[in-house]
Write a new protein. Structure first.
Lengths: 427, 467
């Protein structure tokens, strides 16, 4: 009870303190209303957990809500209009989260559709490539009823479910292998087929959309999930040369890939042209020093392009300094580690794989964008989960969170239903 | 689930590497990136603050930021009078002078008040501190008008407190709308209006003799003894000439300083020795950083080091009357004068009287503090009496004022080449209880008595009339 109280107070503290400290030009009443709704959802959600006997992981949701609150404060700081829209998405996202947490009786039903998930993922990407429009260099947007939707966010969900289903089914074959190639025994084509088709199509389509960041996330997701399930270092070993080969080909064939690498190697050569984005990001981050410039006092929000989406971390690192940036890193690390811990405890294989996949997805997304804005890796723009502005991203990540905690709750409840059914599925 | 544990470990490690990346940018590289020319942080930060005002000691506005048609504009009601000492601050040109060196106060970042800190943290519109200077606009205006049309500098200091009352350098420039006429200013390579001549190095000529005097006293010279000046003398094979080969006849110390006798000071200066001379110069602040709000270059005896361990006899002889490699700033000479006036103690000079936060509470107010003890009281008295003689019966007489005893020394320094001499005049008054010390320098102005003394006289007259 004390933990519940303190954690919610911290979340409210982050949001309300930030909201009070910021000054908004114009009418702030809508923002205050949204913030109140946010407060009610957080508090009532906690209440609902008690009433409906939620017994899953108690840490993940408050930590995500803290990340979300921080992201909301910074979006309001960057642009009150964007912040207001994000409040809507955050509130809707949390409701969907609770919907999935409490309404989905058995998450294993999600595995029922098997390859339909894969087909859905590839179709979504294909439709985007054909009908989508470009923003920020990548053709990754669809307009549905006047609202811009980023299908690749939903593809994350579909692919994850496909991977979990596929890996659960073919685990043994992938692990042991049936075809002997030299020293290695590999799975046969019939086993590998569906996965390879999916991987090649989805990555190929993303490449064609110039969504390099998302492609990188998916690649890491595929490789790490296969490794986690099969525990064969062989798959990691194969992935590296493939990555280098594809990467080199991309570098040689496509100018936009070359530009990214050149800018990454030396942004200072042309800090007002091609290197502008990363240079401004680094100016912002470095200006924060240890304790930051203070909320609302940085230059990054105005200077860094895409400060409300891909580069929001630069603004946070500037205004909250190293201390604040480390806090954000730690919060994400907690979420990822808790996801792995949920996976380790899950009673059935599908739940284990799915939870591990969610952890891997969140971890790689965070690492890739944060390493990008700090110039540890070439920049590939993807949203920072729950922080960057974007309805699609928020909704999908709350759905993922709902699935994750549903698994956790099912494990903890350990009901008769779960135990018996778990045995049926266990191999 | 070994695989998952390994992936978890790998993720945790990657996050660790990421945090090292943050350390690199936010700690190691922070200052380097701040100086990157493409980084507009400082300019942007500055544009958020309403720069504080600068006022003279009477509260008259010297510089102020006003909002005109919704745009913040820095206005300078006094025009050229305070330039280049006051300097400028624009986004395009950067900052110089007091606008530059006092920027931390004016921007409200130095010793920020609690309110300013909070405003700074949350980017509320911020108001910098107001700075009240020790400068007196009346005195400044007198000195400015007297120097106008010439090249030179004039400094007036309160010898008892170290307050700088006037600091003029000519030619100057109009700081209003500087961005627009910047091109015309930098075109004037001869006049160099951006250079502050009060802080530039020139040969001092005979005003150096007040420094040499300390060396003579300390060598045990009897100041009443007479010496015969024959118009020139030879020391170590080097001819020491008098100005215009004038023979001063039999002179004692008082008369030698009053008549500005080169051979007297060269002869006894060499007798006193290089160590004594160098230690006297050091005592007056040669080769030492002056603790002041503006950067003043070091005055020197030789080019390198500024004050050496020893001097050759020939260089020593020339240095004793301010030639050789001796170079001084007019500001340094004003401090030397103030030190003599204040019984040998040079007070730490300051130009900021107080700093007021936006609610007009005093935030900083320097107290008078001694900087150097250049002379004993007895030595200071002897030099003062000789400087009085210089005004009553010597070269410094053009600076005399009715009803007030002025103590002064002239200088006409050879700049080298075939150019007119630099005119110097250092003075303080009243001699018995000094309230003002001045140093006036006119570049290629001719003789000190002719070109510099009238300017000094006007400044002293105004200063004594106003107090």
């Amino acid at each position: 009870m004390l933990y519940y109280f303190i954690s919610r107070m911290i979340i409210m503290g982050i949001m309300w303190l930030g909201m009070v400290l910021l000054k908004w030009g114009g009418d702030g009443s809508q923002l205050v209303w949204q913030a109140l709704i946010f407060t009610v959802i957080v508090l009532m959600g906690g209440f609902a957990e008690k009433v409906l006997h939620y017994e899953g992981d108690p840490y993940v949701l408050p930590v995500v809500q803290a990340i979300l609150a921080l992201g909301l404060v910074f979006l309001v700081r960057i642009s009150p209009v964007i912040g207001l829209r994000q409040f809507w998405w955050a509130n809707i996202g949390q409701l969907i989260f609770y919907g999935i947490l409490f309404a989905v009786r058995d998450y294993r039903q999600l595995g029922k559709f098997r390859y339909l998930w894969g087909l859905l993922a590839v179709s979504l990407l294909f439709i985007t490539l054909v009908f989508g429009f470009a923003a920020g260099g990548a053709t990754s947007w669809l307009r549905i009823g006047g609202v811009g939707v980023e299908p690749e966010e939903f593809v994350k969900l579909a692919l994850l479910l496909f991977m979990a289903t596929y890996l659960e089914e073919n685990e043994e074959l992938l692990r042991v292998g049936t075809v002997q190639v030299g020293k290695f025994s590999l799975p046969d084509w019939r086993t590998l087929g569906p996965f390879l088709v999916m991987a090649v199509f989805s990555l190929g389509l993303l490449g064609a959309q110039k969504s390099l960041g998302t492609a990188l996330v998916f690649y890491a997701l595929f490789v790490l999930m296969i490794y986690v399930v099969t525990e064969r270092a062989l798959y990691l070993g194969i992935s590296l040369p493939i990555f280098l080969l594809v990467g080199s080909l991309g570098y040689l064939l496509f100018r936009h890939v070359r530009v990214r690498v050149i800018v990454w190697l030396n942004p200072w050569q042309d800090p007002t042209g091609m290197g502008y984005q990363i240079a401004q990001s680094l100016f912002a981050i470095s200006g924060g020093k240890i304790l930051g410039t203070g909320l609302g006092n940085g230059i990054g929000a105005a200077m860094v392009p895409a400060s409300s989406t891909d580069f929001i971390f630069s603004v946070i690192a500037e205004e909250l300094g190293f201390a604040g940036a480390m806090a954000v890193l730690l919060l994400f690390l907690i979420v990822v580690m808790r996801a792995f811990s949920i996976s380790l405890r899950a009673k059935d294989r599908f739940g284990q794989i799915l939870a591990a996949g969610i952890g891997i997805l969140l971890g790689t997304e965070t690492l890739i964008i944060l390493a990008g804005v700090t110039k540890l890796l070439p920049l590939t723009g993807i949203p920072l989960p729950w922080v960057s502005y974007g309805g699609s991203s928020i909704l999908v990540h709350f759905i993922l969170l709902g699935v994750l905690l549903n698994i956790s709750n099912a494990t903890a409840v350990g009901s008769q239903r779960n135990k018996t059914k778990g045995r049926e599925y266990a191999t | 689930m070994r695989g998952l544990r390994r992936v978890a470990l790998g993720m945790a490690f990657s996050f660790f590497v990421l945090s090292l990346g943050l350390v690199y940018w936010q700690v190691v590289q922070a200052d380097t990136l701040l100086e990157n020319p493409a980084n507009r942080r400082l300019i942007l930060m500055e544009s958020r603050v309403t720069r504080g005002g600068i006022f003279d000691r009477n509260g008259e506005i010297i510089a102020k930021t006003q909002t005109i048609d919704g745009k913040r504009v820095r206005v300078y009601p006094k025009g050229e009078m305070y330039e280049p000492t006051l300097g400028y601050s624009t986004a395009r040109l950067g900052a110089a002078g007091l606008e530059g060196s006092l920027a931390n106060w004016l921007m409200g970042v130095k010793n920020a008040t609690a309110a300013q800190t909070i405003q700074q943290m949350f980017s509320l519109p911020r108001q910098g501190d107001d700075v009240v200077l020790t400068l007196d606009s009346h005195l400044q205006s007198v000195a400015y008008n007297a120097l106008k049309g010439k090249k030179g500098a004039a400094i007036a200091i309160d010898p008892q407190t170290g307050e700088v009352l006037a600091l003029v350098s000519q030619p100057g420039y109009d700081p209003t709308n500087l961005d627009d006429h910047w091109k015309d200013i930098i075109k004037q390579t001869e006049e160099k209006p951006l250079d502050n001549r009060a802080f530039s190095l020139f040969p001092p000529g005979s005003i150096m003799k007040v420094v040499t005097s300390a060396s003579l006293f300390r060598s045990g010279l009897n100041t009443t003894n007479l010496y015969e000046c024959k118009g020139s003398t030879v020391i170590n094979g080097q001819v020491i000439p008098e100005q215009n080969q004038e023979a001063h006849g039999w002179v004692n110390y008082n008369m030698a300083l009053a008549d500005s006798c080169n051979t007297y000071f060269a002869t006894f200066g060499v007798q006193a020795g290089d160590k004594s001379f160098l230690s006297a110069a050091k005592g007056f602040g040669f080769g030492q950083k002056i603790p002041f709000e503006l950067n003043v270059p070091l005055s020197q005896i030789t080019n390198s080091p500024k004050v050496p361990e020893s001097l050759s006899t020939n260089l020593l002889a020339a240095s004793c009357f301010g030639q050789g490699q001796v170079l001084v700033t007019p500001f340094q000479m004003a401090l030397v004068t103030a030190g003599i006036a204040n019984h040998g103690v040079i007070m730490t000079p300051h130009i900021v009287e107080r700093v007021l936060d936006p609610s007009q509470t005093v935030e900083y107010e320097p107290k008078p503090q001694p900087w150097l003890t250049a002379l004993s009281k007895d030595e200071a008295d002897k030099i003062t009496s000789a400087m009085v003689t210089a005004v009553t019966a010597g070269t410094a007489s053009p600076g005399a004022l009715p009803g007030v005893q002025v103590a002064a020394k002239t200088g006409s320094a050879e700049p080298g080449g075939n150019q007119p001499t630099h005119a110097w005049y250092i003075a303080f008054a009243p001699a018995e209880a000094p309230r003002i010390a001045v140093a006036v320098f006119v570049e290629h102005g001719g003789t000190g008595g002719g070109a510099a003394a009238p300017i000094a006289r006007q400044i002293i007259q105004e200063a004594l009339a106003r107090k």
